[in-house]
Design a protein around this ligand. Structure first.
Ligand code: UN1
Length: 517
């Protein structure tokens, strides 16, 4: 393994003007072959350019896959604990740069500073966990049916893997994929969302500084069509891990199916908090506001439905609306701001369209509902935190992922009905139950159809040591994080060692023919 570590990108930090940033391929910062760039802007003030990034195409992807394929044999043979040492160093560098990266994240993605720090912390946590994985990567042994024969299953890396990541957790989610992929011995081509390339680039810088050899991690910015799909198509890329919208996920998964390629998808959610008549209302309110409007509702796990027992419905609604209308919208670096902008103008229009749909469907708009185009807020993509009441479970605003600060409050008459409504969407990422009844809590854990269940906590707040992912249309059966994270990035190899010195036939020698046969 080469010990030379390439320097940080030379262009960074030399002036106040937005920098032009390159791809990182084979240990070098290189321009897109086209020579073109695209801007990344601040969603709280769209006239502020955060940086310019390489508008790459298939030829850049090819160069990145070439580099990853060249680096693979050496990286594969590097002992996992040595690979893990680099990831552990990355955790320390992330700790040192946490505030700087978090502040860049607020500028580029819009979430408020406290949450941005949490996003970077999630990557630090993941780095520490995956560094430990370097000394586990457990396989298993089992007895052979024959004497003098040993049986075991070990993990092998898949090869070159393509990571396609979203903008809503622009450091955390790449880390969920990159760290397990690397510790397991794969080399990586990483395409971040075009709304948050700066955050992704900072993570790449951290990995370089931590000592990752050239070619092991390659970074290519650009559109899904010109960069994402060519990564999927390249026959040398053996696995794809994507987090994004259902339509993108379906397109990629479909193509990977045809190409017989490993694919793990983490897609939409229509998560719900259920509030039973015995719930602690203060706890519910705090959780519901955080679950629905944290990250301006732009989490796969956001509580976009709140299902409330009719006995507490009015009380909940009045207090929830009061708390929601007190939330302060604004730029996430300013003190006292609770909710930032949505990611871009397209998303703003889409959120507002759902508000119109909700009104037309006959849901009662009780809070918010408007795009803010006044004053400072008018410079960015701000949408008021919005609450619809009296929502029917089959309305579109109760079925489709909005990915913005809009939540639908649905009254129900019983615990059983709450569970039925909670389960009644095509998604199954995160569901929550507020109750003080231990029997109901356990029943809910059993009956809620989702990859993540919370009791007396909102739908957001997953920790990296447990599996993350969902059922139904949320994904295709994979889980990120925790002990499951390495599954998508390793192949099982079953190994039999026969030390008997003779040919032993499984299934046959163990059941010799009877004399009469
Ligand atoms: C996402 O919603 O896209 O559980 C990821 C949470 C965070 C991760 C969310 N730890 O809300």
């Amino acid at each position: 393994m080469s010990t030379t570590t390439p320097s940080l990108e030379p262009a960074r930090g030399r002036s106040d003007a937005p920098q032009v940033h390159n791809n990182y391929i084979g240990g070098r910062w290189v321009k897109a072959r086209s020579g073109e760039t695209f801007p990344s802007v601040n969603p709280a003030n769209t006239s502020e350019v955060v940086g310019h990034f390489a508008a790459s195409g298939p030829e850049d992807v090819k160069a990145a896959v070439d580099a990853a394929a060249r680096a693979f044999p050496t990286w594969r043979r590097t002992p996992p604990p040595a690979r893990a040492d680099i990831i552990l160093r990355a955790s320390h560098i992330l700790e040192t740069r946490k505030e700087e990266i978090a502040r860049a994240m607020v500028r580029e993605m819009g979430k408020v500073i406290k949450e941005a720090r949490g996003d970077v912390q999630e990557a630090i946590d993941m780095a520490k966990y995956m560094a430990g994985e370097g000394r586990r990567l457990f396989g298993h042994t089992c007895p052979s049916e024959l004497p003098d024969k040993f049986a075991m299953a070990v993990r092998a890396p898949v090869g070159v893997v393509g990571l396609i990541t979203p903008w809503n957790f622009p450091v955390a989610i790449p880390s969920w994929k990159m760290f397990p992929a690397l510790v397991a011995g794969n080399t990586v081509v990483f395409k971040p969302a075009s709304d948050t390339p700066l955050c992704a680039l900072m993570l790449v810088e951290v990995m370089i500084e931590a000592g990752l050899p050239p070619g092991v991690l390659n970074f290519v910015t650009g559109s899904g069509g010109k960069v994402g799909m060519p990564i999927v198509e390249d026959p040398r890329v053996r696995a794809i891990s994507v987090t994004g919208s259902c339509s993108v996920g379906r397109q990629i998964a479909g193509r990977c199916g045809e190409l017989m390629k490993r694919i793990s998808c983490e897609l939409g959610g229509k998560n719900a908090i259920c509030v039973m008549e015995d719930a602690d209302m203060d706890l519910v309110l705090e959780g519901a506001v955080w679950g629905a409007f944290g990250t301006a509702g732009q989490r796969c796990t956001a509580a976009s439905r709140i299902i409330v027992h009719r006995d507490r419905y009015k009380e909940f609604l009045d207090k929830f609306v009061a708390r929601t209308s007190a939330l302060k919208l604004g730029y996430g670096l300013e003190a006292g701001v609770d909710v930032g902008p949505v990611i871009n103008k397209g998303q703003l229009a889409s959120v507002n369209e759902y508000v119109e749909i909700g009104k037309k469907e006959g849901a009662r708009l009780v809070c918010g509902g408007k795009i803010r185009d006044d004053g400072e807020l008018g410079k960015g993509c701000f949408h008021e935190p919005t609450v619809f009441a009296d929502v029917k479970p089959d309305m579109r605003i109760a079925q489709e992922e909005i990915f913005g600060p809009v939540t639908a409050v649905i009254p129900v008459d019983s615990f059983e009905q709450a569970i039925e409504v909670a389960n009644g969407t095509e998604f199954g990422l995160s569901l929550s139950m507020y109750t003080r009844d231990v029997n109901r809590a356990f029943k809910a854990m059993e009956e809620l159809e989702s990859g993540i269940v919370y009791i007396n906590a909102p739908t957001i707040g997953a920790e990296i040591q447990l599996p993350f992912g969902g059922v139904k249309q949320t994904g295709n059966g994979h889980r990120e994080a925790g002990i499951t994270a390495v599954e998508q990035f390793t192949e099982w190899k079953a190994i039999y060692v026969d030390y008997s010195g003779r040919l032993q036939k499984a299934q046959i020698d163990t059941h010799p023919a009877k004399k009469a046969d």
